[in-house]
Design a protein. Structure first.
Lengths: 351, 351
DNA sequence: GTTAGCACTCAAAGGTGTCGAGTGCTATTT
DNA sequence: AAATAGCACTCGACACCTTTGAGTGCTAAC
């Protein structure tokens, strides 16, 4: 639907109009100030006079691609214009050698744990883009079970450790109804490890629930206890989200006022919003771009989101991207996100 | 030294001056606007005229307790005034029944893991105080070792799981020089568990290093490998810090401008600063208060910090507190921090 | 179709004047 | 001697004005 718009406009615009729109968008991205007709004529060393540019701009405004904040200011691009720009105008920059180096180094240097890598990635994205970096860990639930283990911590207190084949680890403290001694726990572990081999965490959970209703296991003390405990262990709720570089967006002039800022920060404290937002881009391959209201992050905040998914060795998908103002340097952010996603995918597939 | 100042001033001020200073500080805390002499006379239904109050205020200014932002505005308290206020004026509010309920509920409802509890506590502090809540987990290194366990994840890849008696868990992915099969890992685990029983993590680490030099173990293949791996496992670097309610401080008028905000947020992205800051309050018991530059957080930012430490069953100490503007509602924040620290201590001691 | 010219608009910037909260000082009261 | 009333003074805040200049839309000429 969004893409359709882009194509539709693509057809309707003359080459010159497109060129001018591109100039305006890029100017505005660079300066954050309304762009006037003469600025366009000048900056682009075009063979056109400002008057001509004005006519074109009036056209573009009528088409809903530009607006003026007031009668005699320059014009600024609408969301529609950004959409069009991103779909068919933007000339993507190459990822520089230096940036590549940074991305790769950061990936490697992180402690080898999955969450360390992802956190570091988030930071790298933020540094390279100068906006906010965001990474959503592959959903633990859809990852493949590797190992479960119980450790007795005290009277009726057990620590359950659940490892997925990604190398992601979940710890859960469980209070049991009766006390279990270490040997019992080992046997439970063996039983469950056998049962869950090869399943995803979600499937494992279903399997546990099914087994609990099974007549055979119902009357086996050890098994039924093991199942009851493991039911808690395999119930993993939230996915991990790593957000870095929150301070950076304060550099952007459009976020200098406090009310606006607050909206964004509050959105981030409720991580649920982000997850909901990002689950959308899990399905499609390649870089996805959400502009302004398309993000449904907060109507008024004027933020955009450039994301891509990455895959792990066990074929679960995660999400990474950059959040910044609508007026974002798409030409460099898009390649950075793309490249980073590829690198992370490769790194995690090796493992 | 700071306390000495408080006492010194205590002596020098007449009862009336103190009363007026208190009124000014409290007014300023409530309104964030410079307080004028007539406001003091009026608000306090004092038997004094504004002219008299003026004289007293001139005195206080000379003593460095007040400043005027410009000739004909009211006066605002200096850091010194806050210090004095906190040391000897403030009338602490009782923690209300409702607040107590919230604190206790939040503690309990959290998933039983240590980090869940602390994160939730941080959020509670933020909610009750309307400032930023901060909790530093007890240093893992000084906690008592409980259990170590190795899980083979793949060729030459081991997951080490280290549990302390607090119930804190550390996972670490380790790449080994040779491949180890699961049975070998179990034996290594047994050996190390025996060796480290009763030691703190730091001691355990020293013990490992010592054993590695020991002639006897040097020539035992299993042991020497176990030691080499465990050396990595017991090397834990950073402590966990939980900061919640960052959006809340945007409500404070003094932080409405972006430059100021940025300073604070950047301080928080480098968690190191916080740790350094908080390590100071680990030693002393009871509520500690750091005002403005005393925090050494960022000279210009004008933030204060109210903290208290808490203890766990294994006698390690953590830190919790509230960060807000110097102009902070000390009378309610101090009791909240105090009460929360006590509750958390109790909760963690039970475990 | 392009451009030059011109009248018009409007925000931003700067200047002026008033208002009032607040001060310091001094003379007066208690 | 301490407290107060009175008064002149200061200075930011606000409202109001003008000027400036960037930018527009329109029209007539090329």
């Amino acid at each position: 639907m969004l893409f359709f718009w882009g194509l539709a406009m693509n057809v309707e615009l003359s080459a010159r109009s497109r060129q001018i729109l591109e100039a305006i968008v890029e100017d505005y991205i660079a300066t954050a100030e309304p762009v006037g007709s003469s600025a366009v004529a000048r900056r682009h060393a075009m063979t056109l006079s400002s008057a001509t540019v004005r006519n074109v701009m009036a056209n573009l405004e009528e088409m809903g691609l530009l607006t003026s904040p007031h009668t005699s200011a320059g014009r600024i691009p609408t969301e529609k214009a950004y959409r069009f720009y991103v779909d068919s105008l933007v000339a993507l920059r190459q990822v520089s050698r230096d940036e590549k180096r940074q991305i790769i180094n950061h990936c490697r240097k992180a402690g080898a744990g999955l969450s360390d890598i992802l956190k570091e990635t988030s930071r790298t994205l933020s540094q390279l883009s100068n906006y906010m970096g965001i990474v959503v860990a592959p959903s633990f639930n859809s990852d493949v079970f590797r190992h479960i283990e119980f450790i007795r911590l005290g009277h009726r207190k057990i620590l359950a450790i659940l490892v997925s084949s990604n190398g992601a680890v979940q710890n859960r403290l469980i209070e049991t109804e009766e006390d279990h001694d270490p040997e019992e726990l080992v046997r439970m572990g063996n039983y469950l490890n056998g049962m869950m081999q090869g399943l995803t965490i979600t499937q494992a959970r279903e399997r546990v629930l099914a087994e609990m209703k099974n007549e055979k296991t119902k009357y086996d003390h050890l098994m039924s206890r093991a199942l009851r405990i493991s039911e808690q262990a395999v119930t993993v709720d939230g996915d991990d989200v790593f957000v870095e570089g929150q301070a950076r967006i304060l550099d952007q002039p459009e976020f200098s006022d406090a009310a606006r800022m607050k909206e964004i920060y509050e959105a981030f404290e409720k991580k649920g919003i982000i997850l909901q937002l990002l689950s959308r881009c899990m399905s499609a391959d390649g870089v996805q771009i959400y502009i302004g209201s398309e993000t449904s992050l907060s109507r008024s905040a004027g933020v955009s989101l450039v994301t891509s998914r990455f895959v792990t060795s066990s074929n679960t998908v995660g999400m990474l991207g950059v959040i910044g103002p609508t007026r974002m340097g798409y030409s460099s952010v898009i390649p950075i996100v793309d490249y980073t996603a590829r690198m992370i995918s490769r790194l995690l597939s090796e493992a």
